[in-house]
Ligand binder design. Structure first.
Ligand code: 5GP
Ligand code: ZN
Length: 137
């Protein structure tokens, strides 16, 4: 556990999050500043800063969870597309230095943004998290 890391604190339950799914090695929860409705993050449970530090096993766990969540998002939102993005280093736009992947549902014509400014309403995030969670195989 890295005390200064917000995602480690979420994993520990020290910070709240709207969880969608977890297994032994990965955890999925709603992004609090969603680029679009249904923006989910999937993190490694262990703290790795980026793809260069993460173990093959932890990367595989995140990848499996990403595929599972992607299907849930498709059931709930029927988006025209789905961006799966993972950023390494501030030069690539990474802002939280704990390995994670974004799932961002897209509508035709949406800008290709990876970050948003505004925070979503917690109640709305809770509702979406429950819907996606309920749509997982
Ligand atoms: P990065 O830029 O590192 O790829 O993405 C970090 C993401 O974490 C951003 O989309 C940001 O909105 C999200 N984020 C930052 N702080 C929190 C937080 O405390 N809780 C949640 N759920 N997401 C966060
Ligand atoms: Zn961490």
């Amino acid at each position: 556990m890295n005390e200064d890391c917000i995602f480690c604190r979420i994993r520990e339950g020290a910070l709240p999050a709207h969880k969608v799914y977890e297994d032994e090695s990965s955890l999925a929860f709603m992004d609090t500043s969603p680029v679009s409705e249904g923006h989910v993050l999937v993190i490694t449970k262990d703290h790795y800063e980026n793809i260069f530090e993460a173990t093959p096993e932890s990367l595989a766990a995140v990848s499996n969870t990403v595929a599972k969540i992607a299907k849930g998002i498709r059931v709930v939102f029927s988006p025209d597309g789905l961006t799966v993005a993972q950023l390494n280093g501030s030069a690539a736009g990474q802002t939280v230095f704990h390995y994670h992947t974004h799932l961002i549902p897209r509508r035709d014509g949406d800008p290709m943004d990876l970050h948003a400014r505004g925070q979503a309403e917690p109640d709305k995030l809770a509702e979406i998290a429950a819907k996606i969670s309920g749509a997982l195989d």
